[in-house]
Design a protein around this ligand. Structure first.
Ligand SMILES: *[C@@H]1O[C@H](CO)[C@@H](O)[C@H](O)[C@H]1NC(C)=O
Ligand SMILES: *[C@@H]1O[C@H](CO)[C@@H](O)[C@H](O)[C@H]1NC(C)=O
Length: 252
C-alpha cells in the first residue's frame, strides 16, 4: 500500500466530522427536512411587520461568522382530542450569539424585533394572535457533519436539556438573512442602532425597504446538491410530535 493512499484513507475516515467549535462552520442558512422554511425576507417583512406563512411546517436558523443569528420556525402541534384541530405557531427572532469555549451556544434576541403568530382554530374563534416575542435560546452543544445519505452538511443542535432538535441541513452559504441591526425600534427600546424619533425610525425603515428590494441581489448562495428531499408524508405526519416538544422548549 502506498503511503499516499494510507494518508488519504486516514483523511477520509475523519472527513465527515467537523469539530464545530468554529463560527466559520456555523455560517449559513440551515433548514429542516421540509426545506420550506428559510430565514430572510421570504419569511418576515420587517417594514410592514408581517410574517409570511410558509407552505409547510419546519424550522430554519441562520448564523453569520461575525456573531449574528436569525430564526424562522413554523411549528404545528397535534390536538389529541381533535385531530382536525392542530394549533400552530410561527415565530421570527434575530440577534447576536455567544459560542462558549465548552461548546454551548447562546442566542440573545433583539427584544423589540421578535414576532409570533399563534393560531389555535378550535379555541380562538378563527382569530390568530400576533405578538412581540423575545426568548433567549440556549443550545447545550451541537455538531456539524457531512450527512452521507443526503450529501449535505447537517447541523445537529441539542436543546438545553440535551434533547436533540430536528436536524437542519445547509441551504445557503453565505446565509439568507434580514439586516442584522434592530429592525423595529420603538420608544420602549432602550438599545438599538437608531434613535426613537419618528424621523430616524423612518430612515431606518427606508433602508430596510431598499434592502428588501435588493433581495434578488443577495449574496446568499444556495448550497449544493440542492433539493435535499421531497417533503415526504412520513415526515409531515411526525411534525406534530416534534412541534409539541419544540414548543415546550420555546416557552420554558
Ligand atoms: C458551558 O458553560 C455554561 C456556563 O458556565 C453552562 O451553563 C453550560 O451548561 C456548559 N455547557 C456544557 C456543554 O457543559
Ligand atoms: C422580553 O421578555 C421578558 C419576559 O420574558 C419581558 O419581561 C420583557 O419586557 C420583554 N422585552 C421586550 C422589549 O419586549
Amino acid at each position: 500500500m502506498k503511503l499516499s493512499s494510507i494518508v488519504s484513507a486516514l483523511l477520509l475516515s475523519q472527513g465527515p466530522f467537523v469539530q464545530a467549535i468554529d463560527k466559520k462552520d456555523l455560517e449559513g442558512t440551515w433548514s429542516s427536512k421540509s426545506n420550506q422554511v428559510f430565514t430572510g425576507p421570504g419569511f418576515y417583512d420587517p417594514v410592514d411587520e408581517l410574517i409570511i406563512e410558509p407552505s409547510l411546517p419546519g424550522i430554519s436558523y441562520s448564523f453569520t461568522e461575525d456573531g449574528h443569528w436569525e430564526m424562522a420556525t413554523y411549528l404545528v402541534s397535534a390536538n389529541p382530542q381533535d385531530p382536525s384541530c392542530p394549533s400552530a405557531a410561527i415565530t421570527f427572532q434575530h440577534g447576536s450569539y455567544d459560542l462558549l469555549d465548552n461548546g454551548t451556544l447562546i442566542l440573545n434576541p433583539i427584544h423589540v424585533d421578535g414576532r409570533q403568530l399563534v393560531s389555535d382554530p378550535c379555541n380562538d374563534h378563527g382569530t390568530s394572535t400576533y405578538n412581540r416575542y423575545n426568548q433567549t435560546i440556549t443550545f447545550h452543544h451541537f455538531y456539524i457533519r457531512l450527512d452521507d445519505y443526503h450529501g449535505m452538511y447537517k447541523l445537529q443542535l441539542f436543546q438545553f436539556d440535551e434533547s436533540p432538535l430536528q436536524p437542519l441541513y445547509l441551504a445557503y452559504r453565505p446565509p439568507m438573512m434580514l439586516p442584522t441591526e434592530t429592525l423595529n425600534p420603538t420608544e420602549s427600546a432602550s438599545s438599538g442602532s437608531a434613535q426613537s424619533t419618528g424621523k430616524s425610525k423612518r430612515s431606518l425603515r427606508d433602508t430596510i425597504r431598499r434592502n428588501l428590494e435588493n433581495k434578488h441581489r443577495t449574496n446568499a448562495v444556495k448550497s449544493k446538491p440542492k433539493g435535499i428531499l421531497n417533503s415526504d408524508l412520513v415526515w409531515y405526519l411526525s411534525v406534530g410530535m416534534i412541534g409539541v416538544g419544540s414548543m415546550i422548549f420555546l416557552s420554558s
